[in-house]
Design a protein. Sequence first.
Length: 266
Amino acid sequence: MEISLSGRTAIVTGGSKGIGYAIATRFVNSGADVMICARGREALDEAVKSIGAQTAPTKGGNARGRIVGAAGDVSKPDDVKRIYDEAMKAFGKVDILVNNAGVSRAGAFETLTDERMQEDLDQKLFAAIRMTRLVWPQMKERRWGRVINVLNTGAKAPRAASAPTSISRAAGMALTKVLAGEGAPHNVLVNALLVGIIEADQHVQAAKRTGVPIDEYMAQRAKTIPLGRPGKAEEFANMACFLVSDQGGFITGTATNVDGGMSPVV
């Protein structure tokens, strides 16, 4: 399927690495102008440079979009507003929002302090709420908008000792359904994509912490996946690109597992 996002603009939070980077790359190669944001300026600048230097696919004849970056911490309301303002200055509008920032943190419930729980909620749930609140009015006014909340499979099937991330992700799934109902009359579509085990930077970092080579680490993780392998960030990005395109125009309020069949819940 040939997908064009020509003329569309997007914000992708957590866009300097992994899934966010892959989504931004796919959007740019499909013709969208994209702003990525991340906390680390060095990684952000490198991502903008890398995405900008890539060659667009010739299939479909899409002209490449622009890629720009904005450094900021989306767990902080002032940074969220500044990122939005920078996107508006760069593009004049925001058609697509991908709430992707945040990594999974988990521990035994009795070890979790209020501060640790609040930190996770601020980074994942409230960041999505605040950024969506800013883009929402203009999407409704133009009668076209797409929001994707990147969650994980724990949102549907939380395991023991998976808090705080499974709690904030489950709340993100409820947020997705609420917004989908409110946005539907205005052609603003809201969906969630649930990450399984995808090859991404957080797994590289986890492998380093355990002292296990990354290939061996991922092979061990893949034993729980029916397809027998971890997913690729590009595969996740393909699904995101479809959902924000006109071809995905009758899909809203869904929470789709992108996990190789790993989740016990449909």
